[in-house]
Unconditional design. Sequence first.
Length: 307
Amino acid sequence: MTALRAGIDIGGTKTEAVAVDPAGTVVHRVRRPTGFGADAVLASAVAAVEELAAGVQDADFASIGVGIPGAVDLATGRVDHAVNLGVTGLDLGGELGRRLGREVRVENDVNAAALGAFALLGLGPAQSMAYLNLGTGLAAGLVLEGRLWRGSRGVAGEIGHIPVDPSGPECACGQRGCLELTASGSGIARQWPTDDRKPVRALYAAADAGDPVAVAVRSRLVDNVAAAVRLLVLTVDVDDVVIGGGLASLGEVLLAEVRQVLGGWARGSEFLASLELPDRIDLVPGGMNAAAVGAALVGVADAGKGA
């Protein structure tokens, strides 16, 4: 059978694994709950790969890659500060490699998702894309001319910690008024607490019903997502900004609102109008886990290399 690549996306609640053929087609996928703590995370990943292999006849994975939250040492596969997983100081690449009997490459989940989105959109090596992840926090992954750009210290794309309101509330990073405080799931939770299991949809429903606080929080969310798009284009001048993460589940509703804000800014600025920002944003393709697909690409020796 044609050699397949395995990609594993380890999230706070679930671990998803995909088998990808050389043409980039996902031929099988599995999903399992993610345990808490180093041992449970490792067990979840191993079980996902074993279940994935069992679902594909004569599977012999040519490579295995992992996307995971936290700070990742690309050379060693060590993971630190994956707080939601209860993981720090874990030699994830080495431990998984020993348990699975082959080399495992590890990447930060947002960077993996950026690679996956780039592939799912069918973009070519001459094109550039920013993946804007709107999840619990806010960050971006940059794929420039087909390759990940991490920066000199691995913090390229950490735009959630760019202050946009110096007199605003204190951020966990120690600064004040960071972009993440309004354009993320945690930012919404801070401004509009709710017990609803789908807080962002509940926020939108309340805003549609005329709740003044919800209307204000939604407005700040949309304005600052638009600001993140503008920031990415002005700093890196990518061809496309693709929105993903949990808040992207709002779909076309969020996309239309962000485009409306960008269009309003363009009407007041000939310079911004020339950038055609509303036409340069889109949603990550639905129905497929971009981080898992990107992790499969990470597993290939030369994939995603960059500064």
